[in-house]
Design a protein around this ligand. Sequence first.
Ligand SMILES: [Zn+2]
Length: 187
Amino acid sequence: MVFKFQRAEGTDYLSKAAVAGALLKKHILYAVGGFFSVVFGTILIMSITDPTMRDDILLAICFLLPSLFLVYRGRVCSKRLDSANYYNTFLEGDIDGFVALEDLTKEGLDAGKVRTELELLFRKGFFKNCTLQLEGNKSGIVLPDKVQVEESRMIKVTCERCGAVNAVRLGGTGECAYCGSTLIGKE
Ligand SMILES: [Zn+2]
């Protein structure tokens, strides 16, 4: 039981491959988009200020816009990574195997936006070892590894000697983490 709980705590919910892929994409978009934005931005300024280069204005704009778009896509990629990391902190901190959508929207985020963003992140494969549940009245993220812990019913037992609250498996026994007294797992 204790072993399972420890394993659950060590579970990764963020896909390292997806994160690495998104990071690489972000860097490439920033580098390529940034480089060409500077190049065509400079050409644009030159063509505006230099009368002999007037014909190049349109051309410079035609190349500058897609370059800026690449930078914008890099920014989208970066924000997506931030979001994935943000949601992951909730998953790692969870103990009962379920993170409700409401809990993820607490930080002043719009519920609809969180839902859309999570759907996208799951579709893009950012998360693993968990599933997004959007049907029924309980929407949220299910963490099967931690659900196993929940199924074996850890209950809170107050130590009779020192008053500390410990988690003990229902029907089992445990030891108070503070004073070492034997604890009985019954409600
Ligand atoms: Zn105690």
